[in-house]
Design a binder for this molecule. Structure first.
Ligand code: NAD
Length: 272
């Protein structure tokens, strides 16, 4: 069901499904979306300093009346704040906007060359101080992870990357699995690009499900944490209504076959 959880390699639990809030405006849009999501059972929210809506996320959390322990809140340190001291400062700024006294998951948003290892030391400190329960990375390729793991005192428990049927990231998924790093998919719906795909439509028709639901189900059956974004209450409900059907092994393979190593977002090796 919607609140089912994966146990991360540090023993902490994280919901398999969450709400992404990228490009939601601070204020009404983000608070109304989170309100709809929480009312319909979501407990995990994915934001970032970059999204400039952490205050709205915080207000929605407070208004929800759900106890803090039941929620799972992720935010990320932006590229221009990377480095040790600047990351500690950025974390404080995010936390005061969110109005939280601890965070569930703090991520390095992108692997900024020459900086991400210093940034990681700051995340380790925040973890040691109990201000964040889990620390992880985003947009890290295998070589970034190998580099980070060579000196890490605390290992990243999550790598949030672009992942959808057009970019299935098989190699990275296998590497992360071997290192106990949970993969989380951003832009799981390829920002809407896949919604008219005939293979996905045909599979969905069999179960009375939408293409979005088929993709989210494909994530879950592959053991991928997923955070589809919508600010439309009907779609927020739709995207969570994926726990009452199961794709066959054959259908999973058909969807795997859609991979074209095609990104909708930036290439992590050329973006910082
Ligand atoms: P997405 O793949 O979740 O697609 C969102 C788009 O699909 C929206 O335009 C929405 O209107 C549409 N949509 C959603 N549900 C639908 C449905 N049921 N039917 C039809 N259309 C539907 O794209 P995203 O927002 O880029 O990614 C999801 C989340 O991932 C973001 O909100 C953010 O939290 C995170 N993210 C992280 C990074 C990163 O660098 N770490 C980058 C991009 C996004």
């Amino acid at each position: 069901h919607i609140q089912s959880m994966v146990t991360l390699s540090n023993g902490r639990q994280m919901p398999w499904l969450g709400l992404g809030v990228y490009k939601m405006s601070e204020g009404q849009e983000v608070t109304a979306s989170i309100e709809a999501a929480i009312r319909n059972g979501y407990r995990s929210i994915d934001t970032a300093a970059l999204y400039q809506n952490e205050e709205g996320v915080g207000q929605a959390i407070k208004a929800s009346g759900i106890s803090r322990e039941e929620l799972f809140i992720t935010t990320k340190v932006w590229n221009s704040d990377q480095g040790y001291d600047s990351t500690l400062k950025a974390f404080d700024a995010s936390m005061s906007k969110l109005g939280l006294d601890y965070l569930d998951l703090y991520l390095i948003h992108w692997p900024v060359k020459g900086k991400y290892k210093e940034t990681w030391k700051a995340l380790e400190q925040l973890h040691k101080d109990g201000r964040v329960r889990s620390i992880g990375v985003s947009n890290f390729q295998i070589h970034h992870l190998e580099d980070l793991l060579a000196n890490a005192e605390v290992r990243p428990v999550v790598n949030q990357v672009e992942l959808h049927p057009l970019l299935s990231q098989v190699e990275l998924r296998e590497y992360c699995k071997s290192q106990g790093i949970q993969i989380e998919a951003w832009s799981p719906l390829a920002q809407g690009k896949l919604l008219d795909n005939e293979v996905l439509k045909a599979i969905g028709a069999k179960y009375g499900k939408s293409t979005a639901q088929v993709i989210i189900r494909w994530d879950l059956q592959h053991g991928i944490v997923t955070i589809p974004k919508s600010s439309n209450p009907k779609r927020i409900v739709e995207n969570a209504n994926v726990f009452d059907f199961e794709l066959t092994a054959e259908e999973m393979k058909q969807i795997d076959g859609l991979n074209q190593d095609q990104r909708v977002g930036p290439d992590p090796d050329n973006f910082d």
